[in-house]
Design a binder for this molecule. Structure first.
Ligand code: NDP
Length: 319
C-alpha cells in the first residue's frame, strides 16, 4: 500500500462548491488540499456564458469562471492537485481517501465532499458533438435558456426538472416542445398542470429524439413517435436534456447517509454528514437548486463547518 499522507483539510471536487470551500479554508489557515476529480471545473465547463452569477456584469464563460475560482483559491494558499478519489475508508472514525486507484493514500482531519452531480445525456453522437462545441445543446435551462429568447426550443424528459425547464423556457422562448417518451409524465401533478396550462408548450407524447440536426449550431431535431414509428424534423435553436442527474457518490455508499437517488444527506442548515469531520456541499447534496451560486454558498458553509470542527477537536485534544 502507498504511504499515507496526512492532510489537515481535504476537499474532493472542483466545481464552484469545492473551490469556494478551498478559498475559505485557505483563508482560515486550514492548508486545504483540493483534488480536482475527473471533470476539473465540474458542470460549468459544459456551459458557454454564465450571466446569472453576481459580480460579472458582462457575463463570463463557464470555463473562464472556473479558472478564476481556481486562481483565487491558489493565490490564497490552497493546493490544487489533479487526481481522482477512487475509494474511501471511513470505518471506525477513519478518514482515509484513496487517490487514482491506490497511487496515493490520504488521511485527513476533515474532509469536504464537493463531487457534484453529472447530468445524464441521451448519448446520441449529434447531441454530444453539439454539446461539446457549445452549439445549443444544454442540460441547464436556467443557465442557457436566455440565449434562445424569442426562438423555438425543445426539452426532453418527463420529470419535475423537464416540467420546470419547459415552464421556465416558455416565459422567454416563442415555443417549447416537451418530448416525453411515454404517454404520461413522472412529474408531480402541480408541475404537470403548469406545463399543460402554457399555450406555447406543446407536449409530444410517446416520442423520442433520434438526431439533433445542425453542424455547428442546433437547427432542429428529428423526433420519432414510438407508437406510429413516424419521424418528423422540428426546427429549433436550443435542445435541453432534462432526464435526470446522477450524484457522484458511489464511493461513499458504505459510509454516508444518502437519499434513494444517491444524494448525500446533510444535517438541516449545515453541511455536516452523518460522520464527524466529513462535510458535503454543492450539487452532491442538492437536487433542488443546483446553481453555481448556491453551490458556492454551501462551499463556504462547509469550510466554516470544517474550521469549527477542527478548532473544537484541537481544544479537546489540548485538554
Ligand atoms: P427524474 O429521474 O425524476 O425524471 C427523469 C425523466 O426523464 C423521466 O420522465 C424519464 O422517463 C425521462 N428519461 C430518462 N431517461 C430517458 C431517455 N433516455 N430518453 C427519454 N426520456 C428519458 O429526474 P428529474 O431531474 O426530473 O428529477 C430528479 C429529482 O429531483 C426528482 O425527485 C424530482 O422530484 C426532484 N426535482 C424537484 C423539483 C422541485 O420540486 N421543484 C425540481 C426538479 C427536480 P420515464 O418517466 O419514462 O422513466
Amino acid at each position: 500500500m502507498a504511504n499515507i499522507e496526512k492532510i489537515h483539510c481535504l476537499i474532493i471536487g472542483s466545481g464552484p462548491a469545492g473551490y469556494t470551500a478551498a478559498i475559505y479554508a485557505a483563508r482560515a489557515g486550514l492548508k486545504p488540499v483540493l483534488y480536482q476529480g475527473n471533470e476539473p471545473g465540474g458542470q460549468l465547463m459544459l456551459t458557454t456564458d454564465v450571466e446569472n452569477f453576481p459580480g460579472y456584469p458582462a457575463g463570463i464563460g463557464g470555463p473562464q469562471m472556473m479558472a478564476d475560482f481556481q486562481a483565487q483559491a491558489e493565490r490564497l494558499g490552497a493546493e490544487i492537485r489533479s487526481g481522482f478519489a477512487t475509494a474511501v475508508d471511513f470505518a471506525g472514525g477513519k478518514r482515509l481517501v484513496e487517490i487514482n486507484g491506490g497511487e496515493k493514500m490520504i488521511e485527513a482531519d476533515a474532509i469536504i465532499i464537493s463531487t457534484g452531480a453529472s447530468a445524464k445525456w441521451l448519448g446520441m453522437e449529434s447531441e454530444m458533438r453539439l454539446r461539446d462545441c457549445g452549439g445549443g445543446v444544454s442540460s441547464c435551462a436556467v443557465c442557457d435558456g436566455f440565449f434562445h429568447r424569442g426562438k423555438d426550443v425543445m426539452v426532453v424528459g418527463g420529470g419535475d426538472t423537464a416540467a420546470e425547464d419547459a415552464s421556465y423556457l416558455s416565459n422567454i422562448c416563442r415555443k417549447v416542445y416537451l418530448v416525453v417518451r411515454r404517454d404520461e409524465m413522472r412529474a408531480s401533478y402541480m408541475m404537470q398542470q403548469r406545463v399543460k396550462s402554457k399555450a406555447n408548450i406543446e407536449i409530444l407524447w410517446n416520442t423520442v429524439p433520434e438526431e439533433v440536426l445542425g453542424n455547428e449550431t442546433v437547427t432542429g431535431v428529428r423526433v420519432k413517435n414510438l407508437i406510429t414509428q413516424e419521424t418528423q424534423d422540428l426546427p429549433i435553436s436550443g435542445f435541453f436534456v432534462a432526464i435526470g442527474h446522477t450524484p457522484n457518490t458511489h464511493i461513499f455508499k458504505e459510509y454516508l447517509e444518502m437519499d434513494e437517488t444517491g444524494y448525500l444527506i446533510t444535517q438541516k442548515g449545515s453541511t455536516h454528514t452523518n460522520l464527524a469531520g466529513v462535510f458535503a456541499c454543492g450539487d452532491v447534496q442538492d437536487k433542488t437548486y443546483r446553481q453555481a451560486i448556491t453551490a458556492a454558498g454551501t462551499g463556504c458553509m462547509a469550510a466554516l463547518d470544517a474550521e469549527r470542527y477542527l478548532a473544537t477537536k484541537a481544544v479537546l485534544a489540548a485538554h
